[in-house]
Write a protein that binds this ligand. Structure first.
Ligand SMILES: Cc1cc2nc3c(=O)[nH]c(=O)nc-3n(C[C@H](O)[C@H](O)[C@H](O)COP(=O)(O)OP(=O)(O)OC[C@H]3O[C@@H](n4cnc5c(N)ncnc54)[C@H](O)[C@@H]3O)c2cc1C
Length: 479
């Protein structure tokens, strides 16, 4: 297993093509726009090598029996799934933001079972191939980007109906030694600091979409893989200073990129699905169940940080004892524990797939993510309420070194006599960072928009049973 610093150094060996602000970056590791996200991902490595957390972040490979980082582990038991949820919360508490590595983890977990099921139906050999890839990923402790979301073009049309056939990743050519893929994946978390991508179809597919039913892995620096790093609100603060960033070490959300596959060659040993359209829906359902489990864990860890910052700002401003402030802090904690409960519940109510992989309960996992989309903004609203208007009007950290105004800024931003103004500004910037548009949008759409969770709930709930329960108690006749 790698340590965090070994992971960072391993990225330097890659020739990843990343563009940002109109230029190709010479180094992803050292660029100020990207470094915080590298630091956040490095936490997933440090946790596994830290004796205090090793039990959560380490696992034993079911394929080799060797100790591995849990972010490369395929869960086999209830305990594995519970530890996955708990590990999310711990990493979320340390970073206060997205640590990115769960998307690739969930892609690994999903492909393990789906390749098994495809082989059973079609007599293919994807599963053995995939297991070799998994062992290599585990032994080298690689970070994988999980690439599922296509650009999708006109949402009312299927992949083959789009005006441009490349709006979903597809097979452009079949060769003797492998395939050539074309298309792009959007919003890719941790992509620029991943070693490899695991690419999966992003939705259920029909027979006409055969060329889109493709799953594969490629190194992040394979020829033809081009990344465009996204902008974030206030990102220029990253090269201006530290206090104004709010979370200068770990950034905000996962540092997402557009990943383009410009006729990328994939050798057969890295192809894990090719044309088996009927399994695309199963794959998406399993992936999203695992991924929605995470959101109840990582975001509750992040919000623990926000609750702490909000309680601290109330202390600093002299409002901590007010009944309404204590009530709002309790409300925040209640919402966070509700999110986390879902992550734990879906892990405890797991079942086993044919290949022995443990899978979370889909209804509970989807409810956990739905709660996250709904409660994260609510918790941020309460934080902003308690913190006050200065969140939106604070001066630049440079004024603290501006001889003409520094004294005034320190004087007028100070609240309690024994706490320097700079502490208040630092807490304010952290709250600003965590309650802005970017993390709220992440909680809304990351792992799928809320409607995608509602669809699972609508489909999974036994409505007839519920009607019968009520009709029996109310003694009504059946409609
Ligand atoms: C911060 C962040 C990180 C992410 N990380 C990753 C990642 O690492 N890997 C990855 O693969 N993806 C990632 N995603 C992508 C995420 O899964 C998608 O954003 C999500 O699935 C929604 O897709 P979309 O953004 O294309 O929005 P859309 O699908 O366009 O949804 C927008 C709205 O339109 C509605 N809608 C969509 N289609 C239809 C339709 N046919 N009919 C009616 N209504 C419709 C939706 O319900 C929603 O309300 C990330 C997203 C974010 C914001």
């Amino acid at each position: 297993m790698m340590t965090g610093s070994q992971y960072v150094e391993s990225l330097r060996a890659l020739k990843t093509e990343v563009h940002f602000m109109g230029e190709r970056l010479a180094s992803v590791v050292d660029h100020p726009a990207i470094r915080p996200h590298v630091n956040a991902a490095a936490v997933t490595y440090d946790l596994a090598t830290d004796p205090a957390h090793g039990d959560l972040a380490c696992a034993t490979s079911h394929l080799t029996g060797r100790p591995i980082n849990r972010w490369t582990h395929v869960p086999r038991t209830r305990d594995d799934l519970v530890k996955k949820a708990k590990m999310m919360r711990v990493a979320g508490r340390i970073t206060g933001t997205c640590f990115q590595r769960c998307v690739g983890m969930d892609a690994l977990i999903t492909l393990h079972s789906v390749t098994h099921d495809v082989d059973r139906k079609h007599g293919t050999t994807y599963h053995e191939r995939f297991k070799q890839f998994l062992v290599e990923t585990q032994d080298r402790d690689l970070m994988s980007g999980g690439a599922m979301t296509d650009p999708k073009g006109d949402r009312s049309k299927r992949p083959h109906e789009q005006h441009d056939p490349d709006l979903f990743v597809r097979v452009a050519e079949r060769r003797e030694d492998g395939i050539v893929v074309r298309g792009a994946k959007m919003h890719q978390t941790g992509a620029v600091n991943s070693h490899q991508f695991i690419v999966l179809p992003g939705q259920a597919l029909g027979p006409e979409d055969r060329d889109y039913a493709v799953a594969f892995a490629v190194p992040a620096d394979a020829p033809g893989v081009i990344q465009v790093f996204g902008r974030q609100v206030n990102d220029s603060r990253k090269w201006e200073g530290t206090i104004d960033q709010g979370n200068a070490t770990y950034g905000v959300v996962g540092g997402e990129a557009l990943v383009i596959f410009d006729d990328v060659f994939v050798p057969w040993e890295r192809v894990f699905m090719l044309g088996e359209v009927e399994f695309a829906g199963t794959l998406v359902e399993r992936f999203t169940s695992y991924h929605r489990q995470n959101y109840g864990g990582c975001k509750s860890g992040n919000l623990d940080v926000l609750i702490g910052a909000t309680a601290a700002i109330a202390d600093v401003q002299g409002t901590a004892k007010a009944a309404h402030v204590r009530d709002k802090l309790a409300e925040m904690a209640h919402l966070v524990e509700t999110m986390y409960s879902g992550a734990l519940a879906c892990s405890h109510e797991c079942s086993s797939l044919a290949c022995g992989t443990a899978i979370v309960d889909p209804l509970l996992a989807n409810s956990a993510k739905f709660n996250t989309a709904r409660y994260y903004p609510e918790v941020t609203r309460l934080a902003q309420d308690i913190a006050g208007g200065f969140l939106a009007t604070m001066p630049s950290e440079r004024e603290l070194a501006n001889p003409r105004v520094a004294g005034f800024v320190r004087k007028y931003y100070q609240t309690r006599a024994d706490v320097p103004a700079e502490d208040r500004l630092r807490l304010g910037r952290l709250i600003e960072n965590m309650t802005g548009a970017t993390p709220i949008v992440e909680c809304m759409h990351g792992a799928g928009s809320p409607q995608a969770q509602k669809v699972v709930v609508q489909r999974t709930i036994d409505w007839a049973l519920r009607r019968t329960l009520a009709q029996r108690i109310a003694s009504t006749s059946k409609p």
